[in-house]
Design a protein around this ligand. Structure first.
Ligand code: GTP
Ligand code: MG
Length: 195
């Protein structure tokens, strides 16, 4: 897709009603600091429309980016950030569950996992939620630039094993720094939007 126009159209907090969007949505989930906002910026060819931060817990709302008036990229709040109060964590969980359950336009959910580490219990739980809501998560293994080329396939295998993925499940290694994997993700999103 050629990106002509993007804008942050809706920001949903814990108490906000979800927007009644009329165009397909693709959502990005993953633990805090895994690179969701960076991936969305890379996909949109924007440096900083989605606010990123070295501090985990940057995105605490559900942010809907309107792309060319044909689709939305949805930046979900990150989970698993230890320094956040239990009550806050619960709210985030409820927000994400509510969105996955109630969005009428959601077509696919990408789950981001840091390629350097085996998936955590929270990652596994998120994976199971997505499956439970009827979606087949597409895994993006982020920050591939932090590994040597020779280590990548071994780490992809760790991610697959950690989540208990089926053979046919897709894992795409990605780097927001080098943009490796960007084409593949767009090709997949284009095919999702066409189907
Ligand atoms: P929350 O909003 O807290 O849930 O985090 P997030 O998942 O949106 O992460 P964000 O995109 O803000 O990135 C977190 C940090 O990781 C930032 O310092 C980014 O610059 C860095 N980062 C993200 N993706 C990559 C990547 O592919 N490679 C490298 N080297 N750093 C990355
Ligand atoms: Mg973010």
């Amino acid at each position: 897709m050629i990106i002509k126009e993007v804008n942050l159209e809706t920001v949903c907090g814990y108490t906000s009603k979800l927007p009644d969007n009329q165009k397909p949505e693709i959502a990005f989930a993953g633990k805090s600091n895994v690179g969701k906002s960076s991936l969305i910026n890379a996909l949109m060819n924007r440096k900083s429309l989605a606010r990123t931060s070295a501090q985990p817990g940057k995105t605490q709302t559900i942010n809907f980016y309107n792309i060319n008036d044909v689709m939305y990229l949805v930046d979900l709040p990150g989970y698993g950030y230890a320094k956040v109060a239990e009550s806050e964590k619960k709210k985030w969980g409820q927000m994400i569950e509510n969105y996955l359950h109630n969005s009428k336009q959601l077509r696919a959910v990408f789950l981001l996992i840091d390629i350097r580490h085996a998936p955590s219990a929270n990652d596994k739980m998120m994976y199971d939620w997505i499956v439970y809501q009827g979606y087949e998560p597409i895994i993006i293994a982020t920050k591939m630039d932090k590994l040597k080329r020779s280590q990548i396939s071994k780490h992809v295998k760790l991610v697959r094993e950690g989540l208990g993925l089926k053979k046919e499940s897709i894992v795409i290694p990605f780097s927001a720094t080098s943009k490796q994997g960007r084409e593949e993700i767009w090709n997949l999103m284009d095919s999702i939007l066409e189907s």
